[in-house]
Design a protein around this ligand. Structure first.
Ligand code: HEC
Length: 246
């Protein structure tokens, strides 16, 4: 902005300022009235229609697959894409926080006087890239399965067992392939260390904090056998094909 432009800007600014009304009390009154109306409408709707609640939480369920609200799908997908546990905090808290701080600091580092979008290529590319990235992550997040899914390649014979495993919440504590948690031992190649019978015994009579799956064996022996078959089939050479890292 050169001296002449600056002078013109200041002249226009003082003209507008003289013609306009002060922020307090005019704009404050209007905003306050609108905020009060909005609040009133929300309270009235809450009283008249109530808010829909999902089914009652069932702490014993093993088939629940956690899904966030749609506006969190991009974060959910970020969590699925970033597998190493050491990077998860960075991905889910770090990246969004850094982006927010950059946004807050925008007026301080972007000092360009230009306002036309075509004259602000870096800002425009940044904004469009952010929107596209969030839209893309949201869409795959909406279409993808839960993070507790078995993602290693599974032979057709063990598909039922893999489904029972996914539904039984094993990945809440164990890793299979690159999914799951590290509370319990990694099961990716457990078949090399434990035989089928040992695995079945562990499931029926586990060491705390692992829950017993005896009720599954009693109520659904077929599912239990399929589960044990699948876990016993997890061996090193089978795992190698599906893992390109480590
Ligand atoms: C609440 C967490 C939790 C859940 C859920 C869980 N486990 Fe475990 N599991 C553990 C822990 C912890 C151990 C290690 C126990 C020990 O130290 O002996 C373990 C041990 C095992 C072992 C023995 C591993 C070894 O190296 O000796 C197998 C096999 C196993 N779990 C399979 C499963 C399967 C299959 C499921 C799902 C049907 C499952 N677990 C669900 C926590 C869990």
């Amino acid at each position: 902005m050169n001296a002449q432009e600056k002078e013109q800007y200041l002249r226009e600014y003082s003209q507008l300022k003289n013609a306009g009304k002060p922020f307090f009390p005019y704009a404050v009154t209007k905003d306050g009235a609108m905020a009060a109306i909005t609040l009133f409408v929300i309270i009235a709707m809450a009283i008249l229609f109530g808010a829909e609640l999902g089914p009652k939480a069932d702490p014993t369920t093993t088939t629940y697959s956690p899904r966030p609200e749609w506006y969190f799908f991009f974060l959910f997908e970020l969590l699925r894409v970033i597998k190493p546990p050491s990077l998860v905090l960075m991905a889910t808290l770090g990246i969004p926080t850094i982006c927010l701080i950059l946004l807050l600091l925008l007026p301080f580092y972007d000092r360009s006087p230009e306002r036309h979008p075509l004259k602000r290529p870096i800002a425009m590319i940044g904004a469009v890239a952010t929107v596209v990235a969030m839209a893309y992550l949201s869409i795959i997040g909406a279409l993808g399965g839960p993070p507790s899914e078995i993602e290693i390649p599974v032979a057709a014979a063990y598909e039922d067992g893999a489904a029972v495993t996914a539904a039984s919440g094993c990945l809440g504590c164990h890793r299979i392939g690159e999914n799951g948690n590290t509370l319990g031992p990694n099961l990716t190649a457990i078949g090399d260390r434990l035989g089928r019978d040992a695995i079945a015994r562990t499931l029926i009579n586990p060491t705390s904090p692992m829950p017993s799956y005896q009720s599954l064996q009693e109520e659904n022996p077929e599912q239990f056998e399929a589960l044990v078959d699948f876990i016993a089939s997890l061996k090193e050479e089978a795992a190698e094909g599906g893992q390109d890292t480590q």
